[in-house]
Design a protein around this ligand. Structure first.
Ligand SMILES: Nc1ncnc2c1ncn2[C@@H]1O[C@H](COP(=O)(O)OP(=O)(O)OP(=O)(O)O)[C@@H](O)[C@H]1O
Ligand SMILES: [Mg+2]
Length: 421
């Protein structure tokens, strides 16, 4: 075999040396999953008598971004040719390493393989393995490694459990901190902004089920001093709006309004990495009235940005909002906030859970507090509303934390010095 020296940390080495034909590896962020994958591919390809190996990432682009440079660097002494466009490496023994994306299943079919690595398996469709890749290993009894950070109790979890019961299979679980090269500061920073549950998943590779009891009442913290909201103190205001359907006429308002969605307008002061929630206006209003309330909230607080959930309701309200702005001679910066294809439950959980748990959100004592807390305690029940939570969660997208007060300057080095230019 060509001359190549594998360099792995202890935990990676334990996985590498296991003789199991199929390995399922749940490991925290930055553990060194991708780097282990790169070494496995190089060695499997160098040892292979006839067949090639695949690296499969969630998308082809991601595979290239993650793997191409790493493979070329680690394999520089054993690579004969590198074809950039197709992302194929030919090694000195004429075996090939193909980079692939699970988003293009048609490109995964048909060839016999020696080995396949599925990186970030939790975010792939399970059919990619079951229907397409598994059969390609049959010819030479090839092997596979599934590696990733867990994402709830999904197909990756199922495979991880099954792997513990089958002789050909082995399951591994490692923390991010098992990578001795990882800077502990990076972990500490993540820990301070994430919920305990999310942190465990991402850094300790546990399979969490994010259901029920997402928020705790004791996480509600109030701003002690109303003066913190005053003008001239540090921080800046932003506004986020989750619009609901508009009332046609005052007659509609007699309907059981508690059953209907409300528009919610969150007014939040961003101070360093904290959110001070000044108001959450909510109600069912006509379209013109809604526009007026949004503008009023923005003007009163001198908000730098107003984020409104993109979609038909925003489109409907924009002309009215522009009208109001013209009438009042006041212009505010309106921007889109979007659900980004995420489920609402996930979006609310991810932007609020960690911050609340760590006391990074504080509320002004006001009449809407009870309404907010009741939505928070019911969440994510399909039977109750979450408009107030939703609008507050959107603050995430309009706030740019200003850390000006908290940067430790002695830690800061110009990039040039690091790069050595
Ligand atoms: N054995 C090793 N020797 C030197 N550096 C390593 C080793 N393993 C990992 N690293 C470094 O640690 C960092 C994380 O590695 P890698 O990208 O492989 O981790 P990952 O678990 O795939 O991360 P992510 O969760 O971000 O996908 C990288 O900077 C990588 O170069
Ligand atoms: Mg990776």
């Amino acid at each position: 075999m060509a001359d190549i020296k594998v360099s792995l940390h202890d935990a990676q080495m334990e996985i590498f040396k296991s003789p199991a034909r199929f390995k399922v590896v749940a490991a925290g962020r930055r553990f060194g999953k991708s780097r282990l994958a790169a070494w496995v591919l190089l060695i499997k390809a160098l040892q292979s008598k006839s067949k090639d190996v695949f690296y499969v990432g969630p998308t082809f682009q991601q595979s290239k971004d993650i793997m191409w440079g790493m493979l070329k660097e680690l394999g520089q002494d054993v690579i004969k040719a590198a074809h950039e466009n197709t992302a194929v490496l030919t090694l000195v023994n004429d075996r090939k390493i193909y980079l692939k994306g699970s988003d293009r299943p048609d490109t995964l079919r048909g060839v016999g393989l020696e080995y396949v690595v599925l990186d970030e398996y939790a975010s792939m469709k399970p059919e990619v393995w079951e229907m397409i890749l598994r059969p390609t290993l049959a010819d030479v009894k090839g092997g596979a490694m599934f590696i990733g950070t867990p994402a709830g109790k999904n197909h990756f979890y199922k495979l991880y459990i099954e792997a513990q019961q089958d002789d050909d299979w082995e399951a591994f679980q490692f923390n991010s901190t098992d990578n001795p090269l990882l800077d502990p500061k990076e972990i500490a920073a993540a820990k301070s902004t994430m919920s305990t549950q999310a942190f465990r998943q991402e850094f300790e590779a546990t399979f969490e089920s994010f259901t029920g009891g997402i928020f705790k009442e004791e996480w509600i913290k109030y701003v002690d001093n109303e003066a913190d909201f005053a003008e001239g103190t540090i921080g800046h205001y932003v506004v986020a709006v989750d619009p609901a359907g508009f009332e046609q006429s005052s007659k509609d308002r007699g309907l059981k309004s508690s059953k209907l969605d409300e528009t919610a307008i969150s007014v939040v002061k961003i101070v360093n990495d904290e959110w001070l929630v000044k108001d959450i206006y909510h109600g069912r209003w006509g379209i013109k009235e809604t526009a007026f309330k949004i503008l009023q909230a923005a003007i009163e607080s001198q908000a730098t940005t107003v984020g409104i959930e993109a979609g038909a309701l925003k489109n409907a309200i924009m002309p009215y909002l522009e009208d109001e702005m013209r009438t009042h001679g006041r212009w505010v910066n309106i921007t889109d906030v979007t659900h980004g294809g995420k489920r609402k439950i996930d979006r609310i959980t991810w932007s609020l859970q960690g911050r609340l748990e760590h006391g990074k959100i504080k509320f002004r004592k006001a009449s809407w507090n009870d309404h907010f807390i009741s939505q928070m305690m019911d969440f994510p029940s399909p039977l109750s509303h979450d408009d107030l939570l939703d609008s507050l969660a959107y603050i995430d997208q309009v706030s740019v934390a200003d850390y000006a007060g908290s940067i430790e300057l002695e830690d800061w080095e110009p990039m040039d010095a690091i790069a050595g230019y």
